[in-house]
Write a protein that binds this ligand. Structure first.
Ligand code: PGA
Length: 241
């Protein structure tokens, strides 16, 4: 694992965006896998800046959603990962809509959307997977206990994850119980993985990851033997090392 320690969130976001920009300029047909959550927001902002400054074009880039909530009602759409990535990233760059691969948010459509995703992934292997990390070590919504062989699936969110994500919702009972996620195997199939961690709430998880103990109880430990993983961590996330 390549570990890059940076001072703060701003530097982390710039560093991640610089790596992704460089990779797209090297291969304009790059296929990205994209996380949501608060951690990558700055990276998307920096990528938008790079696009505005004509340092990169997304004309031929493809983008896969890492995961998506199963929402109980269409009125909750603004909490979806689809809304998040559209709002923070896709609406601000020149990616072609047909090059974006996401999930249906309706739980009754989960089997169909998972099958479609597997088909798209088979046709478009991911070059760079951008990840955050949950306080419980989840990557995507692969929660503790998930097999390292898992592929795209419906995941029951743990209490800890639902609690951590309450901050994005107006009411606690709106936080979804289920999400669809690329599996750990799909993540490990990416040529390159970039994992971001910022802030003291991630310090325990980073300490656990860098202890290099591999266990399904800590899904991020599946990354340890991947040949090309870059972890970008700020000082607060490193505070227990
Ligand atoms: P966060 O979420 O970026 O909002 O902290 C990360 C995750 O749960 O994977």
């Amino acid at each position: 694992m390549n570990i890059i320690k940076v001072k703060d969130y701003e530097e982390l976001s710039k560093k991640a965006a610089k790596i992704i920009t460089g990779e797209i300029n090297h291969n304009k047909h790059l296929v990205l896998g994209l996380a949501t959550g608060s951690t990558p927001v700055g990276t998307y902002q920096e990528l938008v800046k790079n696009y505005d400054n004509k340092l990169v074009t997304f004309k031929y880039t493809k983008a896969f959603f890492l995961d998506e909530y199963c929402l109980s009602h269409p009125r909750l759409f603004e909490y979806s990962n689809k809304y998040f990535l559209e709002y923070n990233f896709f609406s601000k760059i020149n990616i072609e809509p047909e090059n974006v691969f996401g999930f249906d948010q309706r739980i009754e459509e989960s089997e169909k959307t998972i099958a479609q995703m597997d088909q798209h992934l088979a046709e478009n292997p991911i070059d760079i997977m951008l990840l955050g990390i949950g306080q419980n070590g989840h990557i995507g919504y692969n929660e503790p206990g998930c097999s390292f062989e898992s592929t795209t699936h419906l995941s029951k969110l743990s209490y800890k994850t639902r609690l951590a994500n309450q901050r994005f919702f107006s009411f606690a009972d709106e936080v979804p119980s289920y999400a669809i996620t690329l599996g750990i195997k799909n993540i490990l199939d990416a040529k390159k993985i970039i994992l971001l961690a910022s802030g003291s709430s991630k310090a325990e998880a980073i300490k656990e990851l860098l202890s290099l103990k591999i266990s399904t109880d800590f899904p991020a430990s599946s990354l340890i033997h991947h040949p090309d993983v870059t972890i970008i961590i700020d000082e607060d996330a490193c505070s227990l090392l």
